[in-house]
Write a protein that binds this ligand. Structure first.
Ligand SMILES: [Zn+2]
Length: 315
């Protein structure tokens, strides 16, 4: 039996690095993941991810031996709450799979641990030099400032955020600043699972179309048109790594662009690679060919673009 990493097709045993849907699909014989990721997967509405699978929660830094003799260990990854890297030790070699990751401190979730390894599998969603992101402190300051500016002039600040991760980070930031906040249902339904991880969300309320003035709104990107069609004086902010590029305003329809991501910017990716000391790197997701070429040329590393859903161990 082999162990797969974030396989999107059913396999005998699969490590799920975090609960975003492009990394977590169902139908596996065994699922290994952090307890927080398992909690989020149980709440997924689109499919019963965990149905019929043997579920094996893995705490950080608690090694698990596989039948082949390989030892796997979960390591913290900054991305969304519950995200983890996976270290695989086998035959004297250390392989690290980052999953989705950033190096800067996140607003919610763990901070990344740099893990020394021989062979690194890293994502490159933003693997071009143009991608540089705000720190979480800078992003929080921009979010709060925009909300207060809008509310003081009688308009309604609307923040676009994805249902798992970014949405809760924005709500958390506004709540901590004491700003009245209304939250779209797709984002609100995952707030209690974050509270179970120790984060407090005070003073928010469910979105109510009949009662919008005087509150910041946090909604999914697809809900922007509905709010703009409401006739209310809304002003839109887009909090995303994609907000770092010149055409983001046109693409998002937002007037305020806040380039903050749950993925690493280009320099952060280089810093993770450098910190790992890896001499072989496989690059998955995003600008794989370009980032692998940069690693070969600038770091003299054996780097290549790879497919997602990686098989790391056989017995
Ligand atoms: Zn992700």
């Amino acid at each position: 039996m082999g162990l797969w990493l974030d396989s999107i097709v059913p396999v005998a045993a699969n490590w799920i690095s975090h609960a975003h849907s492009d990394h977590s699909r169902g139908g596996h014989g065994r699922i290994l993941a952090s307890p927080e990721t398992i909690r989020f997967l149980r709440l997924r509405e689109d499919e019963q991810i965990l149905a019929g699978s043997v579920i094996e929660p893995m705490e950080c830094d608690a090694p698990v031996s596989l039948p082949s003799g390989a030892v796997i260990t979960a390591k913290p990854a900054a991305h969304i709450t519950g995200a983890r890297q996976l270290l695989v030790e086998f035959g004297g070699e250390r392989l690290l799979y980052t999953g989705d990751i950033k190096l800067q401190k996140p607003l919610l979730g763990a901070e990344t641990e740099i893990v020394p390894c021989d062979h690194l599998i890293i994502e490159s969603t933003f693997g071009l030099p143009v991608y540089r992101f705000l720190t979480c402190e800078q992003a929080a300051e921009r979010i709060v400032r925009f909300a207060r500016e809008c509310l003081s002039e009688g308009s309604i600040p609307v923040f676009l955020g994805y249902p798992l991760g970014r949405g809760q980070e924005i709500v958390y930031t506004l709540c901590r600043a004491g700003i009245p906040t209304a939250v779209h249902g797709a984002i609100a339904r995952l707030i209690p699972a974050h509270e179970e991880s120790g984060y407090q969300f005070c003073g928010w309320e469910p979105y109510d179309a009949a009662n919008m003035p005087g509150k910041a709104h946090v909604v999914t990107p697809g809900f922007r048109n509905t709010l703009e069609a409401s006739g209310k004086p809304v002003r839109i902010a887009y909090v995303s790594g994609w907000a770092a590029v010149d055409n983001a305003r046109a693409r998002s329809g937002a007037e305020e662009l806040i380039p903050y991501s749950d993925h690493a910017g280009f320099q952060e990716l280089l810093d993770i690679v450098d910190g790992s000391g890896a001499r072989r790197v496989d690059v998955v997701h995003g600008y794989t060919e370009t980032f692998a070429r940069i690693l070969r040329e600038r770091r003299n590393i054996d780097a290549r673009a790879a497919m997602v859903g990686v098989h790391v161990e056989d017995d």
